[in-house]
Design a protein around this ligand. Structure first.
Ligand code: AMP
Length: 398
């Protein structure tokens, strides 16, 4: 592990940021870090991962592999991660030996398990949908008998993008759901009939200074984020409440770094869905539409540098570019030349070699004078950009 640096003599060329995960989030953290000439060391199982093109060093290994995490730590002044799958036990050990790991392994441990996360939030008086731990199939049947349908059965760990959720519509689904998650710990949650899904990015630095981004409106398709719209089209009171709740979450966690706080808006009531201890897809708009991006505030936060309150410069709409259904293999994206004729359009391509169904391959953000204009231009670009199979190439599995 490198010795900690003296910030009054900060020489960025000598500072290495270690990042567990070289996907698009790791890459975008890296792009921001490179603006400040930091060195980048990554750990990722794929040697062609998105961040491989900007990495100074890349350790190719499973995210949880202890030996490789230690190797990454040896090279790093500050260690962060872009995924919740990181090995919190090994990170805890490194932290106790003096390495700066942000967000802390304790925070990661609380968030990694959905039940632990919800229990934590509830204990701090932060509003969450009603939930209960599943201890046996009989107990699950009893809970369902006493509740209104539908309900959501959720796997507590290693679940993301809705893949850990099973909708219980009637008593018949309970056994099926429990079988579906066999061997995994589960919880059951009240289904929220939300009017909107919103989220707030919050940064907190090592000194406890906190800054939150504007509230955004998220539209999901097949459980994957499709579009983020900002401003969220909510009242000033709801906007202020959402930011207050989101800041309270990060303060209560004593989290350091950037956090994505996803919430349901049901009538005028806000309930937390989940916390991401990292940059979040719904914060990508901040690159173009805010005075400071989620990636810059993450770096400032973990290096103990001052934060500033992000200002929204203009309305914006961010749209994900996703892999086509039922196809895994090489691909191309067509229509880019015409898409660039649309004013205010910024394209981000992650450089993934292979597409998979629903895989996030890139995104585009449109900034405009009004939300309506941004939405209208988004519809134009959506029609132009196409993910196409690259024919004549043998299907490649990763
Ligand atoms: P998750 O992976 O738990 O964030 O869930 C993915 C998506 O499932 C969310 O963005 C929501 O659209 C939906 N979802 C999750 N939990 C609930 C809930 N309790 N009630 C209604 N919809 C939910």
């Amino acid at each position: 592990m490198k010795s900690s640096f003296n910030r009054s003599q900060l020489s960025p060329n000598d500072i290495t940021l270690g990042i567990i995960g070289g996907g698009q989030l790791g890459k975008m953290i890296g792009i921001e870090a490179k603006r400040m000439s930091l060195n980048l060391a990554y750990l990722d199982p794929d040697m062609t991962c998105p961040a491989s093109t900007i990495a100074d060093q890349l350790i190719v290994s499973d995210y949880k592999d202890e030996k490789s995490i230690l190797e990454l730590a040896e090279k790093s002044d500050v260690l962060t991660y872009e995924i919740e799958l990181a090995n919190s036990a090994v990170l805890k050990d490194l932290q106790s030996k003096g390495l700066a790991v942000h967000p802390s392994p304790a925070v990661l441990n609380t968030i990694q398990n959905k039940l632990r996360q919800k229990k934590f939030l509830k204990s701090k008086g932060i509003p969450v949908p009603d939930f209960e731990e599943i201890t046996s199939i009989d107990q699950a049947r009893r809970i369902c008998k006493d509740s209104d349908y539908p309900l959501l059965l959720k796997a507590c760990e290693d679940s993301y993008d809705g893949r850990g959720n099973y909708l219980i519509r009637s008593p018949r689904d309970i056994d099926k759901g429990i079988r579906y998650f066999e061997g995994r710990s589960c919880m059951i949650e009240k289904f929220v009939h939300f009017t909107k899904e919103v989220s707030v990015m919050v940064a907190r630095n090592t000194k406890g200074q906190i800054a939150s981004f504007p509230v955004v409106h998220n539209i999901h398709k097949n459980n994957i984020l499709d579009t983020t719209i900002v401003p969220a089209g909510i009242s000033k009171t709801v906007e202020a409440n959402a930011r207050t709740i989101a800041e309270k979450v990060v303060k209560s966690l004593k989290g350091v770094g950037i956090f994505g706080i996803e919430m349901f808006l049901e009538d005028n009531k806000l309930l937390i869905n989940e916390i991401a201890p990292r940059p979040h897809n719904s914060g990508h708009y901040s690159i173009e539409a805010c005075s400071v991006s989620q990636f810059e505030l993450h770096i400032r936060a973990i290096f103990g540098l001052p934060l500033v309150k992000p200002r929204l410069l203009s309305p914006a709409v961010m749209t994900n570019i996703l892999g086509i259904p039922n196809y895994t293999g090489r691909y191309s994206i067509t229509g880019i030349d015409r898409a660039f004729t649309v004013p205010g359009m910024k394209l981000h391509l992650y450089g993934k070699r292979i597409t998979k169904p629903q895989r996030k391959l890139g995104h585009f953000t449109i900034t405009a004078e009004t939300t309506q204009e941004a939405l209208s231009r988004t519809r134009r670009v959506r029609k132009l950009l196409r993910v196409e199979k690259l024919l004549g190439n043998k299907k490649e599995e990763e």
